[in-house]
Design a protein around this ligand. Structure first.
Ligand code: BGC
Length: 433
């Protein structure tokens, strides 16, 4: 891959052009997004799965302690969540566990046994009152075809997971099976939720005007309440949207991934992939002697796939980048400046694409943009990447002009977990009546 540029400045101009997503592109993006949404909702061929989540909106007065099991990346959490009514949520005991790589890519049975064993450890740790049965909300942040509020089959793994024997299976049944084997009898799984749905419902507990839930972290996705058809919250699985222009770097990344042709929007936007795009751009500039021209070691610092991360890009943007983290002990000022610009180009495209997708969901619900729309967002890209939120807001302004103020983003930290507890509370009360 080359840029055929004559100087670093020329190369950056070319890369910037390639990654550009301008106002005209955004308009086309929104039309295509709406077309795919309509097809997905009708059950036709579409890159947007538009999955019914079965989750009902809370009243905000649900009360009690519920458990949440939040699995969506290499870490998972168990949380005790106390709903106090009047929209107030208190997060109690929380345990975080990291899942070893061989379990993520090993056998599904081992993955669920591992999760159940940690759930057992959480209970044994004395963090919960004994002799009680707890309702649990299971956040499982992968594309799942929900068949009910507490059942659903995995369509495909994303974000580097590949545990065998799970695709096509009911993930709640797998969890319950593993819990049974470990004699965990004091928990009843009441709800299965995607993290976007959890995030939106967590915000809805306090605010009725929240109608979009977004995750911008390791992966990306969004949900919204579909009033035109089902009246229920729809998990769009927008990470799989595929009507977007790919650069040569995106094509190489996709080709080498474990799910080629899938999750193309996610591969251009989410934290798991931004560092890899950066690495591929860096390699092409190094090969053209436009970056680290004086260092023989530079290439080896960028040779291992996924060795450069979005966190490192973030630290470039923040000015806290540690050159040693790339095994390049020193870096010339010019090289550093090129790396900062590369990070800016790649993260700007990500933020603009994400904001265009948010605008698509708002316009779908309210084509004239006459109402307020609170967007509940969680994920480290949105929360921590310097300038990311601002870039999203800028794009919303470009597209919606005077109506842009009707969209407000609200960081909803831990929403994926607390929201699952709220969904479990609503579901448990429905079962009880
Ligand atoms: C998954 C979604 C999830 C998103 C954010 C994607 O890879 O397909 O279900 O909501 O990541 O975690």
């Amino acid at each position: 891959m080359t840029t055929t540029a004559k100087s670093p400045k020329d190369a950056l101009d070319k890369i910037s052009e390639e990654f550009a997503f301008n106002t005209k592109d955004v308009k086309e993006f929104i039309s295509l997004f709406h077309l795919e949404m309509a097809r997905g909702l009708e059950g036709g061929q579409s890159s947007l799965k538009m999955i019914d989540s079965f989750a009902r909106r809370p009243s905000g007065s649900e009360l009690g302690t519920y458990l949440a099991l939040d699995l969506g990346g290499t870490n998972f959490r168990v949380m005790a969540v106390n709903l106090r009514g009047k929209g107030e949520i208190h997060v109690g005991a929380t345990s975080r566990y990291s899942i070893p790589k061989d379990i993520i890519t090993g056998k599904g049975e081992d993955l669920f046994n591992f999760i159940a064993s940690k759930l057992g450890a959480f209970i044994e740790s004395g963090k919960l009152a004994k002799d009680k049965t707890y309702a649990l909300g299971f956040t499982f942040s992968f594309p799942v075809k929900q068949t009910g509020i507490k059942s659903g089959t995995l369509i495909a793994w994303t974000k580097g997971f590949s545990a065998e024997g799970v695709v096509g299976k009911d993930v709640v049944a797998l969890l319950e099976g593993a819990m049974k084997k470990q004699n965990i009898n004091c928990i009843s799984v009441e709800a299965l939720a995607n993290d976007t749905v959890g995030t939106m419902i967590a915000k809805c507990y306090a605010r009725k005007d929240c109608d979009i839930g977004v995750i911008l972290g390791t992966g990306t996705n969004a949900c919204y309440p579909e009033s035109r058809i089902s009246g229920l919250t729809v998990n769009t699985e927008w990470g799989n949207f595929n009507k977007l222009r790919q650069t040569k770097f995106d094509l190489v990344l996709d080709d080498a991934s474990n799910n080629p042709g899938l999750q193309l929007f996610e591969k251009a936007v989410s934290g798991m992939y931004l560092g890899e795009i950066f690495r591929l751009v860096a390699l092409s500039l190094i090969d053209e002697k436009l970056l680290f021209a004086s260092s023989k070691l530079a290439r080896s610092a960028f040779e291992v796939p996924y060795s450069f991360t979005s966190e490192q890009m973030s630290s470039l943007a923040e000015g806290t980048f540690d050159a040693k983290s790339t095994s390049l002990s020193q870096m010339a000022d010019e090289d550093f400046a090129v790396m900062v610009s590369m990070a800016k180009i790649i993260s700007t495209r990500s933020a603009r694409l994400a904001a265009a997708a948010v605008a698509s969901l708002a316009l779908w619900q309210d084509p004239k943009m006459l109402q307020k729309h609170v967007v509940a967002v969680d994920g480290s890209l949105y929360e921590k990447y310097p300038g990311y939120k601002q870039e999203m807001t800028r794009l919303i302004g470009e597209v919606l002009g005077g109506h842009a103020g009707n969209i407000s983003f609200e960081l909803t930290k831990d929403g994926s977990g607390t929201g699952a507890a709220v969904i479990a509370a609503v579901a448990a009360s429905e079962h009880a009546t």
